[in-house]
Design a binder for this molecule. Structure first.
Ligand SMILES: Cc1ncc(COP(=O)(O)O)c(C=O)c1O
Length: 430
């Protein structure tokens, strides 16, 4: 039986965690700080739980430099839950903005306000999705599904606007981010939000930087940008102020599964229509468990939260802070880049053996996806890797191939071990 030190694990999520965090976690799971109770047993409303929430939030604020006008929520439902939450919450925000504007212009005539907002929803509501991989595609499909009842004789596609579908520019497959000049953006007023996935875990595509055309411009309506950072959270600097909402499941770079982090601008939380107005204009009111305002008002304790998972996330963040000191997340970014470069260099040096899936300018630093010839050769690659205790390298079932997940807790030593194997295998195949 191999020990933890012997196994080099590159799974795409759940992902490796730092061993000291797991060891400390094992103790906390049985007897937290000599309290005689497990962290899994204490009340989520106890002072201990409240301190864990506050400490984890403070660590995240410090790591990412989150401005004061943002709140941090801990939620259930994972990344997939947020696919739905984004739609419920952001449509409600859009409707409330329209209602306020109508009230300003039409006065207090309820019927007129209702009539106008109903018409604006029918004619103007757009949810913009930048589809660059499997997860942004899924998010857009969830939006179309949720908006179906709003069609009311119209067309659902009218609401969900696919700004770009990367497959149309890459022979039917993901692996590219189409040039922004080709994106079909909606006028800012109609857009409830523009959504993208910063790192596509399945397809190995990562945005090199914030998309220029989503930048807010002086004198124009704010374009609310929502980003899924599930698989590259805490791996590079992020200018949080460019986003309305950033979210991510914890189970890759942050901690263990069961908790979802949402960073949301406070004015979004404050732009909430009454459920009765939403119902009157034919829009659902967000379910409480996915309602960001409800979760924020309750300091993420609307219902029973997994305090143990939140504590693990806090420990991971604190260990990043203590490792990187003042450089904070930039320090981790340098490490992530260096590890990814080692792998890509070997893949690039052996193009007859390894075929990298994404285009060079959008290669993910977190999920390195490539093919190694035909299915039999890939099987041989994976078996050879297993025999060296290099694990978790199989590509996602929907696309096949090989995927090296280079998350934060993958040590440099394990990357070196894998690099040696990549070189040996290439030499054998040449
Ligand atoms: C980028 C991204 N978004 C969303 C999800 C879905 O997350 P969950 O499994 O937590 O619902 C994943 C899962 O791997 C992901 O990688």
């Amino acid at each position: 039986m191999p020990s933890r030190e012997e196994v080099a694990y590159f799974g795409a999520g759940p992902a490796p965690l730092p061993t000291p965090v797991l060891e400390e976690g094992a103790r906390a799971f049985v007897n937290f700080e000599d309290s005689g109770l497990s962290l899994a047993e204490i009340s989520h409303r106890s002072p201990t739980a409240n301190k864990i929430l506050a400490d984890t939030k403070a660590a995240l604020v410090s790591l990412l430099g989150i401005p004061d006008n943002y709140d941090i929520l801990f939620m259930h439902g994972g990344g997939s839950g947020e696919f739905s939450a984004v739609v419920y919450n952001m449509v409600a925000v859009w409707v409330e903005k329209r209602r306020r504007l109508a009230e300003k212009e039409l006065g207090s005539d309820e019927e007129k306000i209702l009539e106008r907002v109903r018409r604006e929803i029918r004619e103007g509501l757009r949810l913009e999705y930048i589809v660059t991989g499997s997860w942004s595609l899924k998010a857009s499909q969830e939006a179309a599904n949720l908006l179906e009842p709003l069609k009311n004789g119209g067309k659902a596609e009218n609401f969900v606007s696919i700004v770009t579908d990367a497959r149309e520019w890459n022979e039917g497959k993901f692996g590219k981010i189409p040039h922004e000049d080709t994106w079909k953006m909606t006028s800012r007023g109609g857009s409830a939000f523009a959504y993208y996935c910063d790192n596509e875990t399945v397809d190995g595509v990562e945005f090199p930087s914030f998309p220029k055309c989503l930048m807010s411009k002086d004198g124009e309506d704010d374009r609310l940008v929502v980003a899924d950072m599930s698989s590259n959270f805490l791996s590079r600097r992020v200018d949080v102020s460019k986003y309305a909402v950033i979210y991510g499941g914890a189970q890759k770079n942050i901690g263990i599964t069961d908790v979802t982090l949402v960073i949301v601008r406070k004015d979004i939380l404050a732009t909430v229509p009454s459920p009765s107005f939403l119902h009157a204009v034919g829009v659902w009111s967000p379910p409480a468990i996915l309602n960001w305002s409800v979760i924020a008002k309750n300091n993420s304790l609307y219902n029973t939260m997994p305090i143990f998972s939140i504590w693990i996330a806090g420990q991971v963040m604190r260990s990043l802070l203590s490792t990187h000191g003042d450089t904070k997340v930039s320090g981790q970014e340098a490490v992530a880049n260096a590890k990814a470069e080692i792998i890509y260099r070997i893949l690039d040096e052996n193009p007859s053996v390894y075929q990298i899936v994404p285009h060079k300018d959008v290669r993910s630093r977190m999920n390195i996806c490539f093919r190694a010839g035909d299915a039999a050769t890939e099987k041989e690659f994976l078996e050879g890797a297993e025999s060296r205790t290099l694990q978790g390298l199989k590509g996602h079932r929907s696309v096949g191939g090989i995927r090296i997940s280079n998350y934060n807790a993958v040590p440099m030593a394990n990357v070196q071990k894998l690099a040696e194997y990549l070189k040996d295998f290439a030499q054998r195949m040449r």
